[in-house]
Write a new protein. Structure first.
Lengths: 348, 323
């Protein structure tokens, strides 16, 4: 890395063009220092019957504050709560919705991370808000920095679950979307303005495009006007949908620029004025990208990027990295923003 | 003889050993003191398996914190990075590959010799396979995954052949990552083949796979270049059962009949029912019984209870089948 960002503040240079750095979703909840392992110890204590749910929840709040502060120290413009309470990308939500149970272990795509596969055994319904508290804890620490709330996309969730109730993917996904829309509406009421819906399966199942579009639109509608809504895809590309990108809802389309070269060509197909989240930093390797190299790679797309809202960050959750490496990825993302906001002219 | 019993590898570490590992990490005790605790724990876990009546024993991987980190700490070209979560509240120090991978010395031969010397029953030697070592490490050195995997295959081959030369008759090369990228299955198969090629006629070779989407590639999995496959079946509610009808006739199935990700200890009757489902598709003489995966995430009481249920179920079923 050539230099660290030296200040906070918006990188805005033009009327409509804007570039910001953001965390994608998860952030390592445990670090290498013994003092950074309090959540791990609290969960172990609860397993042994030596800690209560309330005691674990207090530690989760504390760790949320720590990871938000750490993202802020990396100078990113949009942080998350780090998903520190999430046992896994699917099971956490499954545990909070009626009709779903977290069952057998499954690998999370081609990573060495495992989650419990949800199983639908009845109609999916939301029991109660389950992310509002997490958001409020993070927002209190982040202060003026926006906190993005991340939700699993209904179609990816349904695709990766076992269905013993619905006869169709569509019915399952639509009920999930209704449950998530209720959550988004509650989050919006308490001030959340940044939402991300993760639909990684869209890269593998482009035939789901219409259903993803419909269900994501339903969830995003609950965010209200003016909210930042990112439809995030990763661990693959969307080239199979290159002619239908305008159908995908959200203020921003999230693209994985690491996993496959296809998404680079897709930049030219982005609908006019559509915002884009560019996953330029590999969340699965300790190799650190050089902002200079990344900027060079973006150069051919300067004209089409500088007239839209661009967010840069890791291509997926950072939890698959050691914490120090995750932090460094965010530093590089912010440095890229500093560099491009200085060197490129961002205009309407 | 059919329905023999074994384990996948790891056992829960006794409290004394966990304490010694912490003390060693903090520099409070030396390596000799740690190794003394490890050997004590190995003797205990061997004695437990003997007392339960397990047929093919393991050393419980008492010297290993994690199945990849252990090897990374002993191979040149590999380092260990910070803690990374693997699932739930489980973390491991994920290796980094930072140079040409080489094996300066045997890594497991002495510990296998020690375990085998402590029991009259056969002890299985267990290694992590090259594809999993690659996939579960951060590679910062090799220009391609293929080159990385094949370099690791060479060092695992050396280790496996040294184990065979030391007298190990059963060698298991774990490849739980093998289904991660189905397009790389040919690479994983080649790498495993490099490891096992020269063991034929010297040692029986096994591999262990778990918690992946094996169904789409099951025929390729069943054809992996080993004598036996230890498969997780119980946790996934026997999803693979129907496909196991296609198990090649020269292959042994190590059937996962204990769910190691559930605190509930199965009854012998429950295990027996699982075995009976397996026997509908694979003949008893080619079926071994084992837990779904390593037992290290269970308490010692749970591990013992689960294994006892498995042994009891095997015993009664062998009796009723006249085996």
């Amino acid at each position: 890395m050539g230099a660290c960002p030296s200040r906070r503040g918006p990188a805005r240079a033009g009327e409509n063009g804007l570039i910001r750095a953001a965390n994608h979703s998860s952030y390592p909840r445990v670090g290498d220092h013994p003092l950074d392992q309090q959540l791990r110890h609290a969960l172990r204590s609860r397993d042994r019957g030596a800690a209560t749910d309330a005691e674990v929840a207090a530690v989760e709040d504390e760790v949320t504050g720590i990871v938000v502060a750490e993202q802020s120290r990396a100078f990113v413009d949009i942080v998350t709560d780090g998903l520190v309470r999430w046992e896994g990308p699917l099971s956490h939500v499954a545990r909070h919705l009626d009709g779903l149970h977290a069952r057998d272990l499954v690998r999370w795509f081609d990573t060495n991370f495992y989650d419990r596969r949800p199983e639908a055994t009845g109609p999916v319904r939301r029991r109660a808000p389950f992310l509002v508290h997490d958001y409020q804890v993070a927002a209190a620490v982040a202060q003026t920095t926006p906190v993005k709330v991340v939700l699993p996309g209904p179609v990816s969730f349904a695709r990766l679950s076992r269905d013993r109730h619905y006869a169709s993917l569509e019915g399952f996904a639509r009920d999930l979307a209704e449950a998530l829309a209720l959550e988004v509406a509650d989050l919006s009421r308490v001030g959340c303005r940044h939402f991300q819906l993760d639909e990684p399966m869209l890269c593998r199942r482009p035939e789901d495009g219409e259903l993803v579009a419909d269900t994501a639109a339903r969830v995003f509608a609950a965010a209200g006007s003016g909210a930042t809504t990112v439809l995030s895809t990763y661990y693959g590309d969307l080239t199979a949908l290159s002619g239908a990108l305008d159908r995908l809802p959200g203020s921003h389309l999230g693209l994985d620029m690491i996993a496959d070269a296809g998404n680079w060509k897709l930049l030219e197909k982005l609908p006019e004025r559509k915002g884009v989240y560019l996953g330029l930093f590999d969340a699965r390797t300790t190799r650190q990208e050089d902002a200079q190299d990344v900027a060079q790679r973006l150069l051919p797309y300067r004209d089409l990027l500088t007239r839209r809202d661009v967010i840069v960050g890791p291509q997926a959750g950072l939890e698959l990295l050691p914490r120090d490496q995750a932090y460094e990825k965010l530093l590089h993302a912010r440095y890229l923003v500093e560099k491009l906001s200085r060197e490129w002219t961002w205009a309407s | 003889m059919g329905l023999l019993t074994t384990s996948v590898g790891s056992f829960p570490k006794p409290a004394d050993l966990s304490r010694a590992r912490r003390q060693f990490a903090e520099g409070d005790i030396d390596r000799a003191a740690l190794e003394a605790e490890e050997r004590k724990a190995v003797r205990e876990v061997l004695a437990l398996q003997e007392s339960l009546g397990i047929d093919l024993l393991v050393d419980g991987e008492m010297a290993r914190g994690d199945m990849t980190t252990f090897f990374a700490e002993r191979l040149e070209g590999m380092e260990v990075s910070g803690l990374v979560r693997s699932y739930g509240n489980r973390y491991y120090r994920k290796p980094r590959i930072v140079g040409e991978v080489q094996r300066p010395a045997p890594m497991t031969v002495e510990s296998w010799r020690f375990a085998q010397g402590a029991t009259a029953r056969p002890v299985k030697a267990i290694l992590t396979g090259p594809y999993t070592l690659m996939d579960w490490s951060f590679d910062e050195y090799y220009p391609s995954r293929e080159k990385c995997c094949l370099a690791l295959a060479e060092v695992v081959r050396q280790e496996a052949e040294d184990l065979a030369a030391a007298g190990a008759k059963d060698i298991q090369i774990d490849e739980p990552a093998i289904s991660a990228r189905q397009d790389e299955l040919p690479l994983a198969t080649t790498a495993l083949g490099i490891v096992t090629a020269r063991l034929r006629g010297t040692a029986r070779t096994w591999t262990h796979l778990c918690y992946g989407e094996f169904q789409p590639v099951l025929d390729r999995i069943l054809a992996l270049p080993v004598d036996g496959l230890l498969l997780e079946l119980s946790n996934s509610d026997f999803d693979l059962l129907d496909g196991l009808k296609r198990l090649p006739s020269d292959k042994i199935l190590g059937a996962g009949v204990l769910d190691v990700h559930n605190h509930v200890v199965e009854t012998p009757q429950q295990v027996r029912e699982r075995i009976e489902r397996i026997l509908e598709v694979v003949p008893a003489e080619r079926v071994w019984l084992n837990p779904d995966c390593g037992l290290k995430t269970r308490t010692p009481e749970e591990a013992k209870g689960k294994l006892a249920a498995m042994v009891e179920a095997a015993r009664t079923l062998r009796g009723s089948l006249g085996i």
